[in-house]
Design a protein around this ligand. Structure first.
Ligand code: SAM
Length: 203
């Protein structure tokens, strides 16, 4: 279990998240970040090359020491990056202290995703922005059925990844107002590829 969680899973996460099809999402979402940015579940640092000079500082939060080590070695755009080994359910930052929170494909995995979203709202300043791209629950009945059936097995092999989380209502339920959300399938198996991309602000 230790080797799977600490060695194999971080490598699998890095490999799967290197998928070129994710690049357009990363470019759009990360390109909109500005100011002091908190990135939730930064993984192996694959977003770091996409930050622009509108960003003053990136706080890359990640609970896995192995992924954090990969992220430290990852190429980045030259923007200052500080790494934080912590979980999103208890973010070690002050209230209202960041301008942008970024989450890319983490809400599927974070065990206490609702608590994590509440923490994101707490650390975001009142006029700040949550930028997100996540996969989650499909509106299509047949696909949803598959997502619900597959999730118990999928989360065991996929490091806790759920296919069936209702991303939009989770974000709204944590006290955010969604400004923009675009949804749709990426290429690939439908239960794994229904995407929610957008931005939200504290209500
Ligand atoms: C599918 S990966 C996405 C990684 C990265 N965001 C990307 O876009 O490449 C999911 C990430 O969520 C992280 N994660 C899992 N539980 C977490 C938690 N409680 N708090 C913060 N991040 C968590 C994992 O360690 C992993 O880095």
């Amino acid at each position: 279990m230790g080797i799977y969680r600490d060695v194999i899973l971080p490598k699998l996460c890095d490999r799967s998240m290197r998928n070129d099809r994710l690049h357009p999402y990363r470019r759009r979402v990360i390109g909109a970040a500005a100011g002091r940015v908190l990135e939730i579940g930064a993984g192996s640092g694959l977003n770091l090359p996409f930050y622009r000079t509108t960003v003053r500082e990136v706080l890359a939060l990640e609970p896995s020491p192995s992924l954090l080590e990969m992220a430290r070695r990852a190429p980045h755009s030259g923007v200052r990056v500080d790494f934080i080994e912590a979980s999103a359910e208890a973010i070690p930052l002050d209230d209202g202290s960041v301008d942008t929170v970024v989450t890319t494909w983490t809400l599927c995995t974070i065990p206490g995703a609702d608590a994590a979203l509440s923490e994101m709202r707490r650390v975001l300043r009142p006029e700040g922005t949550l930028l997100f791209v996540e996969h989650g629950l499909s509106p299509d009945r047949g696909v949803r059925w598959c997502q619900n059936c597959l999730t118990p097995i999928w989360r065991r092999i996929g490091g806790g990844c759920h296919l069936n989380r209702p991303i939009r209502s989770m974000i709204e339920g944590a006290g955010f107002r969604i400004d923009r959300v675009e949804t749709g399938y990426m290429a690939g198996p439908k239960p794994m590829t229904f995407m929610y991309e957008g931005s939200a602000r504290p209500r």
